[in-house]
Design a binder for this molecule. Structure first.
Ligand code: MRU
Length: 359
């Protein structure tokens, strides 16, 4: 396997230029463009326009972003600094509503701010930098563990279907749903991966196939409406997906189209695995009905990626960016702390207890 793709970072700090560097994922697979951001407005845009996307990667970019913005603050006492922090936090948090990692990472940064309240502002800034780096580093280990746990459910040579992109560029490294594929490849598992193109923004076509192909992994691109055919052909042994938020009862919000794939998988008797860092599991959200689903502009459906619009001008659209897969369709939720099986109310709670005990 060619591991170079695993060194690609969705975002990183540039200390010299006091900026966050974000890989513009909207330019992939044709160009590799890195953009330097120093202002809260451009960081907000980068998240909102999906230049950085994927739940963990959004959280990491927001953590770097709030550090970079606050590092420029002229406030010289805690109260003024903290007021400014709260306003930047609320602003960045408004960039996308569904992925809970965005709020989780910003809350962690705020917790760091408050636990350093008695220090001079210059030291608080250093602490914020360290916390943002810790969030990124921890995510790498979390993804690796998700990969190990998921791999324990898979066998060499299996056919795997994935939707959207829950890969290395959606996280700090490895991805969540793609982590077992990378780890397995290193160990000679030779999976055959099928990637749904993932309309309308084509994360599967543009990003998942790019990543896996770069790594030398056997990947076949299919249109979203072909999933039932590859399942019926007997080519799929398991479906692996990531998620943006899991509620306490195990319902999982992920890229639009995921729920349909889960329903198909159940019909064909294929296990459907959701890969979720604990930072994506929101025990405060009771069920999937309580998850806010982002609605995006219709242009993404009829214009994006087309040379000319492919629908009549002014056509009515409905463009939810995510859907919720009911927990009854989910065979298991794979976390860094182990594999949760139904009933999820109990097993997800257990995961968090395990986490508490291991801190
Ligand atoms: O709109 P996106 O591209 O941010 O949606 C991403 C997904 O739905 C991913 O599957 C999810 O965030 C998990 S990424 C490890």
């Amino acid at each position: 396997m060619n591991k170079d793709v695993l060194t690609v970072m969705a975002s990183r700090l540039d200390d010299e230029k006091q900026a966050v560097i974000i890989l513009d994922q909207t330019a992939l697979p044709n160009e590799t463009v890195y953009k330097r951001h120093t202002k809260k407005e451009s960081i907000w845009q980068a998240i909102n326009k999906l230049e950085v996307r994927g739940a963990p990667a959004i959280g990491i970019a927001a953590a770097y972003g709030i550090f970079v913005v606050m590092n420029q603050s002229l406030a010289d006492d805690f109260i003024a600094f903290s007021e400014e922090f709260k306003s930047v936090k609320a602003y960045l948090a408004s960039s996308r509503p569904t992925a809970v990692n965005l709020f989780w990472a910003l809350d962690r940064m705020e917790h760091c701010l408050n636990s350093n309240r008695n220090k001079p502002v210059s030291e608080i800034k250093l602490a914020l930098r360290e916390e943002a780096e810790t969030i990124r580093q921890e995510d790498e280990e979390v993804c690796r563990m998700i990969g190990e746990n998921a791999l324990s459910l898979l066998k060499p040579g299996m056919g795997l279907l994935t939707h959207c992109n829950a890969g290395t560029i959606a996280t700090s490294k490895y991805g969540t749903a793609l982590a077992p594929i990378y780890l397995g490849e290193e160990r000679g598992y030779s999976f055959k991966v099928f990637a749904d193109e993932t309309r309308p923004l084509l994360q599967g076509a543009r990003l998942t196939t790019w990543e896996l192909n770069e790594a030398g992994i056997d990947v076949t691109l299919i249109c979203d409406n072909m999933a039932s055919v590859v399942m019926k052909n007997g080519w799929i042994d398991a479906v692996l997906v990531g998620c943006d938020r899991v509620s306490a009862n195990g319902d999982a919000a992920n890229k639009i189209g995921t729920a349909g794939v889960a329903i198909l998988a159940k019909e064909f008797g294929i296990p459907f695995y959701v890969h979720a860092p604990l930072s994506t599991i929101d025990m405060e959200t009771k069920t999937g009905k309580d998850i806010e689903i982002e609605l995006r502009k219709g242009e993404e459906i009829y214009e994006a990626w087309y040379v000319k619009p492919m629908a009549p001008k002014g056509i009515k659209t409905y463009n939810p960016a995510f859907d919720v897969t009911d927990s009854k369709y989910i065979t298991a939720i794979i976390t860094e702390k182990g594999i949760a099986y139904p009933p999820y109310e109990r097993s997800l709670k257990d995961m968090f207890e395990k986490k508490e005990n291991s801190i």
